[in-house]
Design a protein around this ligand. Structure first.
Ligand code: ANZ
Ligand code: ZN
Length: 716
């Protein structure tokens, strides 16, 4: 601590702690407010100014709610499992447990110095066995309810981290953790059947208060698509089923495309004339990521399957079949009907391979490009003359259903959630393999299944979890038949622990259940959840899924966990770029606290612009905030008994209204600006009453809680 004001801060921190100022009470007669921030990942680098901004929004709101008489729950915890800690533990040669404890201690100290009004009596740590016992418990409940399954599939694999990644963790074909290129690898994968919840997750959005763009992002991520499955007869006798969103364009189909990995190909290999060429193409594709394959702009490639022909079910025309990498095995049926006149990718493909292009919707110029708009149907038999897509799709589907060659269908972009990792620092998956009984869950009363102590926790080169090397962990007895059995050695992904933490805060020390029902009835749902835009899809969807599952099995009382969601913008470096060590533009929050005091830091992060927008750091604005708080501190010198002036009284009323409203809409910057101009006005009047000063301090205190006394000390 460098300054007197840091001592003043410490004094108040101790006082708050001693009188339990921010502890929520389980007095269920009071109106409640549950404010939630995304709990931090305790990395070795400590807190970032971005954390401060992220927490300061709800910090202000929670402090306001307390003044309004609410019983406020504003908890904090640590999302501490995961690769970054494990990797740096390996680098430093210490155990991830030791490193995690160290990092949590560091974060705790930093958060306290900034003066956040968290309820420290309820801290959760996802790596604590008393916590992950319940993460495993929920997993087993899902297993019991058929939402967990195991499958061998092509997965995204990071050769550098030696770990399987979900699609979300490998966006753009790069590993989310180390940014290496992700490759496709065949692996045993544990899945959570989140797709079974796709519709519930979509419907749930109707009842919650999220900004429109956040709802949209979740909808896109779930990616519900309505269309039809249609069967095409093949020359070999078999039928090839495709998924299309445009059954109305069936008369415009001039070829079909299968994913290169489609099983029909190997099945009829003997009848196909160019298998060598096909296998070579497939081999090439396996080196590409899904991202590369689906890029719209890239040049189309493919191979015609010699000896396999399909028949268009609506007009009996024979059409060729190709393989191409733009068709993915993992979506729909892995095969498509191609309509080059009205689909851009099919158009490019047809142009390149010299395939017919037949117009079935009027309105464009198909000699130039595909026409994807609406228009009158032509060349389409029973659909001719219809002018609107909706009607033609409906009519096409009923015709297909009548003839028994197709049916209405729905597809989702969202995939089932790949849920295992071959690493050490995570929750062990509580499943046992028995030769006689198959997969057997670890009995509930044996939870938590603890991570065994381990000297060398580096992953194996074979892609096996380090747990597989510990015989005493692996070898066990089958809970069902008592015979010799083996434990699963993979762990859960980092997203597991954060999928239900908001429930544990309500009852963090309960060892009978994950949370007492009465407490949930009172506190849930979370009234306001603020966090980053980067968590709007993965974490938010995963946790809504877990919560909705717990609701369906009667373990929680609300279908949705969060009634309201907002997001803060990022803090950029003063050069306008993302803060990063390599750019050297990172600001350490505690440097600001040491130099100017926590109040200045807290005021500045809320003043730097629209809370939801990103904004660059500016040292001169930090100083501006410091000057403002100094002038506020000096107001004590012009407090007088001269009484209220009508002009100031009006301005005070206006300011109370504006600041009160602005906090609710997270317009913290305009609230502060309002207090700045009120300060100017007070000085021009020349005096104020002590009651007025109290009001002023209250309005400001949600951002600058230490202010009483410390600012003056700061300048001496
Ligand atoms: C014929 C058609 C005509 C299509 C037309 C589109 C436009 P969404 O909305 O994303 O669900 N498709 C189906 N399965 C595919 C796969 N595994 N890989 C790549 N593309 C696939 O898109 C569905 C459309 O994407 C489907 O509708 C299909 O092309 C293609 F004028 O069928 B369509
Ligand atoms: Zn058994």
């Amino acid at each position: 601590m460098k300054n007197d004001f840091n001592q003043t801060e410490a004094k108040w921190q101790n006082k708050w702690k001693d009188c339990k100022a921010f502890e929520a009470s389980d007095d269920f007669t009071k109106p409640k407010f549950y404010g939630l921030i995304e709990f931090p990942y305790p990395s070795g680098t400590g807190m970032h100014v971005g954390h401060i901004k992220a927490y300061s929004g709800l910090e202000a709101i929670c402090r306001k709610r307390r003044m309004q008489g609410y019983n406020v729950l504003f908890p904090i915890g640590f999302d501490a499992f995961g690769l970054p800690t494990e990797n740096s533990a390996i680098k430093l040669g210490i155990h991830p447990r030791t490193l995690t404890n160290r990092n949590i201690a560091k974060f705790t100290e930093q958060l306290n110095r900034v003066g956040f009004s968290f309820d420290w009596s309820r801290v959760v740590d996802t790596t604590d066995p008393d916590y992950y016992k319940w993460t495993q418990w929920i997993f087993l409940k899902m297993f019991e309810n058929g939402l967990v399954f195991r499958d061998t599939t092509l997965v995204n694999y990071c050769p550098n981290c030696r770990v399987v990644l979900s699609n979300e963790d490998s966006q753009g074909g790069k590993c989310d953790i180390c940014h290496s290129d992700v490759i496709q690898k065949s692996k045993d994968v544990w899945y959570l059947r989140i797709t079974a919840y796709a519709d519930k997750l979509l419907q749930g959005l109707d009842g919650v208060d999220y900004p429109a763009n956040i709802k949209q992002m979740q909808e896109n991520w779930i990616g519900r698509s309505a269309g039809a499955f249609v069967s095409f007869k093949l020359s070999v006798g078999e039928e090839l089923c495709i998924y299309t969103t445009r059954p109305d364009t069936l008369f415009g189909v001039t070829f079909m495309v299968m994913a290169p990995e489609h099983p029909v190909i190997e099945k009829y290999a003997a009848k196909i004339g160019n298998m060598d060429e096909i296998r070579a193409y497939r081999e090439n594709c396996s080196k590409k990521t899904e991202f590369e394959r689906t890029q719209l702009v890239k040049e189309k490639t493919g191979v015609k399957i010699e000896g396999l022909i399909a028949v268009n079910p609506v007009n009996g025309k024979e059409i060729p079949i190709y393989i191409s990498d733009y068709v993915m095995m993992g979506y729909g049926t892995g095969a498509i009907m191609a309509v080059p006149a009205h689909d851009e990718r099919d158009y490019e493909f047809a142009r390149k391979f010299g395939i017919d292009i037949i117009e079935v919707i009027k309105g464009g110029d198909i000699s130039n490009q595909a026409y994807t708009g609406d228009g009158e149907m032509v060349n389409s038999g029973f659909l001719d003359g219809l002018t609107n897509k909706k009607d033609s799709i409906k009519k096409a589907i009923s015709a297909l259903e009548e003839k028994g060659i197709g049916e209405e269908g729905v597809q989702y972009k969202m995939k089932d959630w790949a849920f295992n990792r071959q690493r050490y620092w995570g929750e062990p998956i509580p499943i046992i393999y028995c030769n006689k009984c198959g997969m057997v869950p670890v009995p509930y009363d044996e939870l938590p299944l603890k991570l065994p102590p381990l000297e060398n926790f580096e992953p194996g080169t074979d892609g096996e979890s380090p747990l597989a090397r510990i015989d005493s962990f692996v070898n066990c007895k089958c809970p069902k038949c008592g015979g010799d059995a083996r434990r699963e050695t993979d762990i859960m992904p980092q997203w597991a622990g954060s999928s239900w933490y908001f429930l544990r805060y309500l009852d963090p020390h309960n060892d009978k259940c994950f949370c007492d029902t009465e407490k949930m009835k009172y506190w849930m749902p979370v009234d306001w959840y603020n966090g980053g835009m980067e968590h709007v899809t993965r974490h938010m969807i995963y946790s809504r899924f877990w919560h909705r599952f717990l609701y369906d099995i009667g373990c929680v009382n609300t279908p949705e966990p969060y009634s309201k969601r907002t997001a803060q913008g990022m803090i950029l470096g003063s050069d306008g770029e993302k803060m990063s060590k390599s750019r050297g533009n990172v600001v350490d929050p505690l440097d600001v606290v040491d130099l100017y005091g926590a109040d200045v830091l807290r005021t500045y992060v809320l003043f730097m612009g629209d809370y939801g927008q990103s904004a660059p750091w500016s040292d001169s604005s930090v100083k501006g905030c410091k000057r403002f708080l100094d002038r506020v501190a000096d107001l004590t010198e012009i407090v007088s008994g001269k009484g209220v002036t009508p002009q100031l009284e009006r301005s005070f009323h206006k300011a109370v209204k504006k600041v009160t409203d602005d906090i609710e809409s997270m317009k913290f910057n305009t609230a502060i600006a309002c207090l700045m101009s009120l300060t100017n006005e007070i000085y021009s009047v020349g005096h104020l009453t002590s009651d007025e000063l109290k009001v002023f301090i209250k309005l400001l205190s949600v951002r600058a809680p230490y202010l009483r006394g410390n600012q003056r000390a700061a300048r001496r």
